[in-house]
Design a protein around this ligand. Sequence first.
Ligand code: NIG
Ligand code: FE
Length: 377
Amino acid sequence: MVWVGPEAEAPSGGQKLDVGGGILMPGLIDCHSHLVFAGSRLGDFLKRMGGESYEALLSGGGGIHTTVAATKSASDAELLALTQGRLARLAKSGVMTVEVKSGYGLEPEAEARLLTIAGEAARAPGMPKVVRTFLGAHALPPGRDRKDYVAEVVGAQLAACKGLAERIDVYCDRGAFTVEEAEQILRAGQKAGLGATLHAEQVAWTGAAELAGRLNIQSADHLERVDEAGIAALAKGGVVAVLLPGAMLQLRDSSPPVMQLRAAGVPMAVATDFNPGSSPVLDVWLVASLAVLTMGLTPEEALKGITRVGAQALGLKDRGRIEVGAVADLAVFEPPSGEKADPRTLLMYMGGHTARIRIQGGRVLADSYQAAIEPSL
Ligand code: NIG
Ligand code: FE
């Protein structure tokens, strides 16, 4: 972006594009997703709806492990096609940057394979930029010794993945990895030059948010059970709180303490957490609406959460904003019929919005005009 301002002051030359009363947004950011996987989790869903807990399914060898097995059996071509389809859907909704985690491999080559596929999928024209996160510490494979597995994550897995990822993550929770294990893993990742993030305080309070603050990591995600000390640590450590309404609803959970996070000055991002178990939702607009409706974010906070604060959570200063010096990623949406060109109308109408025009790095994308030029709803 080289210039932003009123039309009358626009420098001459360049290409002119009339967005015709549309809603101009910075390219959207989805800062937490688990996009690369294969297989079905319908069995888990039905069990959970029958009263079984997410945690019990995981400790019984289902949950994440079901997806690890299905992902292992899928060919590279199948996984690539699945990932490209998902990225294309996000792209249609105006997402221009998406974080993609590994975590359904849980072995050195298998984790590296998922990160490689994520990178390949993003190479097709018009796809969002992908920020890759190594999540070998997603679940302890059945039958593995904890100490031995953590040693593998910081050893062979990290060695295989550090050149393929920008960040490292740990699922730190009851039934997953402890705060001590998370610290060891995140420190190893940071030492290898990766940014760091953490699944924190979701199923149970563990003290993960305090760890996040102490290590000054980029973001702490979920946070349904964060306490006052954890919030203070996030604020002090400059950590972004990533709110994930999809997982909250799918697990029939309660909201993170948004009022307290706001009062402490913790920046709040919103993301899909797209995955087949706890958050099967691939619509950043829908989760932004849900952040307002079920968590109490203001519409302005939710819009920032899927743009500039989402970018901040990924350590990207030049995305998710329309200003001089930022990457010119832009998306134009039609307001719902009867509504003005106010982005808050896109939160009131819950999800399913398609960008009419997409501009990536200053270039109008070829598919832009294929989207119908009519009200989105
Ligand atoms: O962010 N909770 C850990 N990881 C994911 C769920 C992954 C899965 O269930 O497959 C999450 O909610
Ligand atoms: Fe997640």
